[in-house]
Design a protein around this ligand. Structure first.
Ligand code: HSE
Length: 435
């Protein structure tokens, strides 16, 4: 066998330690697939004395990841530090600048600087593997880039954040509070260091931006993603969704339209009998619509040390085997400029929850406002009011499901409904995604 491939591993958190364990405990297994031994030659992390449950005897230590990235003693730099800026950015750029291949799980870094780094890699004859940056253990980047290369992809969508899926599942199935479910997800090691990135949808947006670039061969544009997190979702919405035959998921959806690429991360209703509705707990799912393959959906663990380490190691094996692909499928200089579709042109069905005063004419006013925007209603459900019972008139929960319409029409109808003073609180609006 040839000389070992010498890896420099920066970041010894949950994923970094899991990668180290996988490479050391399954060294023979990995070497057989890589065609050479993979040796962790050096590591960089913050606290040298912390007990991480791994034996680093014989492994060189660097306090500075940039210094590690430049070290002549490594052949490959693995970046598991996280974060969009330095030191992760500086370290990855330094490794690429030195012509060293990089493997990274850092979706924030790549969503912000992916094209620039891919250009640098191509310029220096290096590569960046980022399978672990999107949906943890699910091999979706390779599937889109390599296995589906013959397809014109029209849509890629999925459940891209395990923490949110875990929270929504637990809230729906156990009736637990949002806060209790979030605390559990943090304890289990799924959540980001700052969990507002999970809950607010930014983590999903980073992953969606990378998927879009690979799926549509366009530049990355994370800032154009329409973003809504899950904190506005109540148990009332989860119950109403169930009664109406739906389930609520935080979905990232990227779609090719006539006017450009639509990208959104929003709580979304999916039919209860669809495959994606059955994806529960910390699992992620990503579906691709391609003109040759139709729809393909991959389901698996999107977070956690072992699953993410599995993806990191797959990229390391590619490097060892000399498998070189442009990171986003085509050379970074050839990626088309990103053209954003107008969100207001989004077409689909909508779920609307209103807290409607129970008085003559209220229902008729809602129906009139919908009709003015030519919105057709699929179903209307009225429940006994739970809130404001002491008020006169009593407010009742009313849930509407619309047939397909545009976001512009829905927004205009909701503005008009709010101006009519028949509702006790701002309306809740959730988009419906057809599988
Ligand atoms: N915090 C992420 C999640 C894990 O919950 O899915 C990796 O991105």
């Amino acid at each position: 066998m040839p000389e070992p491939l010498r890896v420099g591993l920066a970041g010894l958190g949950t994923v970094g330690c899991a990668v180290y364990k996988l490479l050391t405990e399954k060294a023979e297994h990995v070497a057989a697939r890589a065609g050479q031994a993979i040796r962790v030659q050096a590591v960089a992390a913050r606290a040298r004395d912390r007990d991480r449950g791994i034996d680093l005897t014989g492994v060189a230590w660097h306090d500075d990841p940039v210094e590690l990235a430049r070290s002549p003693d490594i052949d490959l730099f693995v970046e598991l530090i996280g974060g969009e800026g330095d030191p992760a950015h500086a370290a990855v750029a330094a490794a690429l600048d030195a012509g060293k291949p990089v493997v990274s799980a850092n979706k924030a870094l790549l969503a912000a600087h992916g094209v620039e780094l891919a250009r640098l890699a191509e310029d220096r004859g290096a590569t960046i593997g980022f399978e672990a940056a999107v949906a943890g253990g699910i091999p979706i980047v390779k599937t889109l880039r390599e296995a589906a290369a013959g397809n014109r992809v029209t849509r890629v969508y999925g459940i891209l954040n395990g923490t949110c899926n875990y929270i929504l599942t637990r809230m729906e199935e156990e009736g637990l509070s949002f806060e209790a479910c979030l605390a559990e997800a943090q304890k289990l090691g799924y959540a980001e260091a700052d969990p507002t990135f999970d809950i607010g949808g930014q983590d999903s947006a980073h992953k969606l931006a990378l998927l879009s670039a690979v799926a549509f061969a366009t530049a990355i544009d994370v800032d154009s993603i329409h973003l809504e997190g899950i904190s506005s979702i109540t148990t009332e919405d989860l119950e109403a969704a169930a009664e109406l035959g739906y389930r609520i998921k935080l979905l990232g959806v990227a779609r090719r339209t006539d006017t450009g690429i639509e990208q959104r991360v929003t709580p979304t209703m999916v039919p209860r009998n669809s495959a994606i509705a059955g994806v529960k707990g910390v699992l992620n799912a990503v579906a691709i619509d391609g003109d040759e393959i139709g729809e393909v959906m991959l389901v698996g663990p999107g977070a956690g040390g072992s699953a993410t380490a599995s993806a990191v190691v797959s990229d390391i094996v590619d490097v060892a085997r000399g498998f070189r692909q442009p990171p986003f499928g085509i050379p970074a200089t050839d990626l088309a400029p990103y053209r954003r579709a107008r969100m207001r042109a989004h077409e689909g069905g909508y779920y609307i929850r209103l807290s409607l005063y129970d008085r003559p004419g209220a229902f008729a006013a809602i129906a009139r406002r919908m009709a003015e925007q030519e919105i057709s209603l699929e179903s209307i459900v009225q429940k006994d009011g739970r809130a404001a019972q002491s008020q006169t008139p009593v407010a009742r929960r009313v849930v509407l499901i619309t047939h397909e319409t545009t976001e512009l029409q829905i927004r205009k109808a909701l503005e008009a409904i709010e101006s009519d003073n028949h509702i006790a609180a701002a309306p809740q609006m959730i988009r419906i995604e057809a599988p």
